[in-house]
Design a binder for this molecule. Structure first.
Ligand code: NAD
Length: 360
């Protein structure tokens, strides 16, 4: 049966990085013998321009009915003066909420030839392969009550960090299952020495461990996790944590790899649909100049094959092709180093090179 894929290029470099990613996606589908029904929709600034809304109803409905959604990025200076609730970013938040995307997966994978681009010493990061799983629809970013009010003649700001057992259990199960498919190690990050809500988090996660005897579970306080990520990042396999801790730790882990242009992400829902997108934004400073690195979006396609289309072979093949292109010395401008054998190429050529190296 054909798989339905909704493509949302969005704004800025979105359409530029999407074109090579779709070409790689299509070639991989043909190679593994699956049929894809690919259609395109509007989200973000371009959707505001064309329909007046950053997330037209039709886009959300089509996304909900799809097997997977591939997103470029949203936003840009053109729409920066709009009121907050009409901005392009509202389109992205609406998609996350509307699709119930509670699990955000961000791998920090360092391709050997790029080890020198990391802010850490190459020996600390060579071969780095971590997966951070962040709870995306709960925690302090959504908890009530929230606000700023006057108490005893001064303003007081407050937010609520809240997690219910079912929210903890469903993200923990995703994490245990991912650990089973990877290195078999799961580290749950909390602040159980101070916060009651994360004591519950730790209790619920620990309670599930018996169901996953092949996964070695550990716990770490978030302050220590931040320190360990920059001290000895290769000790981690899968990390699972709440919304705010995950927001911070995943950016920290991302920088270990040295380039925003290389980082893919996936967001998964209980219903099965997955949203795949590069971690970077719409890079208005380089848009339309064939300078954008398409590899983060191409690697997001690999994640789509792994987590939504159940084709791990295609996912491996795409990641291997990216590795081979880098090993052959090809770089986009953002990941160029100073090695003599490097050859700097544009967005389109980088996409062609991945296609040329793709063998499924
Ligand atoms: P950005 O990620 O777009 O750019 C940061 C820097 O990294 C820029 O110098 C840019 O040129 C560079 N860069 C980013 N992606 C690159 C790529 N693929 N290849 C080469 N270089 C790349 O972040 P920003 O500048 O803070 O934001 C720009 C716009 O993107 C804003 O409107 C912001 O709201 C939006 N944004 C959207 C998303 C999203 O849709 N998920 C995420 C972050 C930012």
């Amino acid at each position: 049966m054909a798989k339905d894929i909704l493509i949302l290029p969005g704004d800025g470099i979105g359409a530029e990085v999407m074109a090579p990613a779709v070409a790689v996606m299509t070639a991989a589908a043909a190679a593994v013998g699956i049929e894809l029904n690919v259609s395109e929709g509007l989200v973000g600034g371009i959707a505001i321009d064309e329909t007046g809304s950053p997330l037209p109803t039709g886009t959300l409905e089509r996304a909900a009915a799809a097997d997977a959604v591939l997103l470029g990025g949203v936003g840009g200076p053109r729409w920066d003066d709009l009121p907050t609730d009409q901005r392009p970013e509202k389109g992205l938040l609406g998609l996350r909420q509307g699709l119930g995307l509670f699990a955000n997966l961000r791998p920090a994978l360092l391709f050997g030839p790029l080890a020198a681009a990391s802010s850490l010493k190459p020996e600390l990061v060579a071969g780095l392969d971590i997966l951070i799983i962040r709870e995306l629809t709960g925690g302090i970013y959504f908890g009530e009550p929230r606000g700023v009010e006057v108490r005893d003649n001064e303003r007081v700001g407050f937010n609520t960090l809240v997690y219910s057992e079912h929210e903890i259990e469903r993200i923990a199960r995703v994490a245990f299952e991912m650990a089973q498919k990877r290195g078999g190690r799961l580290c749950s990050v909390d602040k159980a020495n101070v916060l009651e809500v994360t004591q519950l988090w730790r209790e619920v996660v620990t309670g599930l461990a018996g169901e996953y005897p092949d996964v070695e579970l550990s716990h770490m306080y978030v302050d220590n996790a931040a320190m360990q990520l920059v001290r000895a990042p290769k000790q981690f396999d899968v990390i699972v944590t709440g919304n705010m801790f995950g927001d911070i730790l995943s950016d920290c882990a991302a920088m270990l790899t040295g380039s925003l242009g290389m980082l893919p992400s996936a967001s998964l829902a209980s219903s099965g649909v997955g949203l795949y997108e590069p971690v970077h934004g719409t890079a208005p400073d380089i848009a339309g100049r064939d300078l954008a690195n398409p590899l983060a979006t191409i690697l997001s396609v690999a994640m789509m094959y792994r987590y939504s289309l159940d084709q791990p072979g295609a996912a491996d093949a795409i990641e291997n092709a990216v590795g081979a292109v880098l090993a052959a010395g090809y770089r986009t401008a953002d990941i160029r180093g100073d090695a003599a054998d490097e050859q700097v190429v544009g967005t389109g050529r980088m996409g062609e090179l991945v296609l040329e190296h793709l063998s499924v």
